[in-house]
Design a protein around this ligand. Structure first.
Ligand code: UDX
Length: 470
């Protein structure tokens, strides 16, 4: 099928490349000349596993880049809208890019087209897209509007696209559903997975994935409700972690006990310094605003956001209680990205914490395997960068772990201990076992677990002489 994807951001680029890998002819449209030139020249603008391979495989053949939306619409049967939906100052999704694309599409419709929203948008957006296209004089029988939400995580977006848990299509009639069924047939029919050149299958793959066909409004709600629920799961376990800290329980043990209930499941139950990224913060806020518009006061979501913010403040308090005064302290920081496996620092709790600690007068040397360049672009402070975790730790009063990169969970602890001025690790992602850290000579603080100390006496406990252990 001939497909146009409007927007070459994270979602558009991944979706376009994956559609090409499924055998479709794809034109990715963007109005950013520089971006297009870079893509045509073979550059890969985002850090995404398997994306370079797919771009190499299809660029110039089944995958074209263009700034001509009109032409792209005319030559395509399906047009996916994957433009940005930033947050307005009222917390709503700003749909002006979606609207202007809809307007442009309307002038180009020459025969039957399906216009599909892929951007995360509030319920009723499909109705609006339809209205805008009609308002510009388009024949109502010459197009349909559908919703096909994506559930791509940054870093694993290609795999998430090609090996999804499910494919949700929101269509209000069969004609339009048929077009989407055809697009995804290589996945739902399983033929893609039999190919020798298919992207490698991840551990937990649901093959072939089911296709869930709903109304457009339901599909729009599925996306917001899914992201809000996952954010809620994270805030819930972070709240439980705080209680664990108060009573001396171990949140990992609690997670294991809770997560093995198949009704709950173990995923997205990792406590830490809170969720960040380009989706959860924006989508929870937007879903809250959508609910308000519809007359429902979704206060549960306020609490999800409050816990998330509080989690960062709790971590700052932990750093203070481990190090006492902060002015002039030298800290090594591991991780700047909002999560492991990406160079994205949007709404990164790590960046928030680094900024707060710099403001308190700390000197920081940070290391991240991918996000240093992006951090350099936004940080106009005196933050220093290291080329490795050990270099970041070198001579530091303490080491902070702020992003769950796999590399940070496998450090040479002897070497780390030698590099640090004081062997203190404050881990916002629970990457280590407190006992192992203590056995390797560290005073170790984490989230929802008691701090551990090299001589086995937990920090904060009262010693025989009545003195509180540092
Ligand atoms: C998310 C959704 O997972 C995806 O379906 C949607 O399409 C886009 O938003 P993404 O933002 O890439 O994907 O990251 P995700 O892996 O979901 O993590 C989001 C944040 O939650 C990160 O900051 C991560 O560190 C944090 N997180 C995640 C936790 O703190 N604990 C967990 O158990 C899981």
């Amino acid at each position: 099928m001939r497909i146009a994807v409007v927007g070459s951001g994270h979602v558009g680029l991944v979706a376009g490349s994956c559609f090409a890998d499924l055998g479709h002819d794809v034109i990715v449209v963007d109005n950013d000349e520089q971006k297009l030139a870079a893509l045509k020249a073979g550059q890969v603008p985002i850090h995404e596993k398997f994306l370079p391979e797919l771009l190499n495989r299809h660029r110039g053949h089944r995958l074209q880049f263009s700034d001509n939306l009109h032409e792209a619409v005319r030559s395509s049967a399906a047009i996916f809208i994957a433009v940005g939906t930033p947050t307005t100052n009222r917390g709503e999704a700003d749909l002006s890019f979606v609207e202007s694309v809809a307007r442009e599409i309307s002038g180009a419709i020459n025969d039957y087209k399906v216009v599909i929203e892929k951007s995360t948008v509030p319920v009723y957006t499909s109705d609006w897209v339809r209205k805008i296209i009609l308002r510009n004089g388009t024949d109502p029988d010459s197009f349909d509007v559908a919703s096909n939400p994506e559930f791509l995580r940054e870093g694993t977006a290609v795999t998430d696209f090609l090996f999804p848990d499910r494919i949700v299509i929101g269509c209000d009639n069969d004609r339009c559903a048929e077009v989407l069924r055809e697009i995804y047939a290589p996945l739902t029919g399983g033929s893609y997975y039999e190919r020798g050149d298919a992207i490698p299958r991840p551990d937990r793959a649901n093959i072939p994935p089911p296709m869930i066909v709903t109304s457009t409004k339901s599909a729009e709600l599925i996306k917001h409700a899914s992201n809000a629920f996952l954010a809620l799961k994270i805030s819930f376990i972070n709240a439980v972690a705080s209680i664990c800290e108060s009573v001396g329980a171990n949140v990992n043990q609690v997670c294991h006990g809770v997560g093995t209930d198949s009704r709950i499941g173990p995923r997205f139950l990792n406590p830490g310094i809170g969720y960040g990224g380009s989706c959860f913060p924006k989508d929870v806020l937007a879903f809250r605003a959508v609910a308000r518009e519809c007359g429902y006061d979704f206060r549960l979501l306020d609490e999800v956001m409050r816990i998330n913010e509080d989690q960062r403040q709790r971590f700052l308090r932990k750093v203070r209680s481990a190090l006492w005064t902060l002015r002039g302290k030298r800290l090594g920081v591991l991780g700047l990205a909002f999560k492991g496996g990406t160079d994205d620092i949007r709404e990164s709790p790590a960046i928030f914490l680094v900024q707060a600690l710099l403001q308190e007068g700390c000197t920081i040397t940070a290391y991240d395997p991918a996000a240093v360049e992006r951090t350099r672009e936004v940080m106009i402070s005196n933050l220093k960068f290291a080329n490795s975790a050990y270099e970041a730790a070198s001579g530091a009063d303490a080491l902070l772990i702020l992003t769950e990169w796999e590399e940070f969970a496998n450090l040479d602890l002897d070497r780390l201990n030698r590099e640090l001025k004081y062997p203190i690790v404050i881990d916002g992602r629970n990457l280590y076992d407190p006992e192992v850290m203590a056995a390797n000579g560290f005073t170790y603080y984490s989230v929802g677990r008691a701090a551990s100390h090299p001589d086995g006496v937990p920090a904060g406990s009262i010693l025989k002489n009545g003195v509180k252990k540092a």
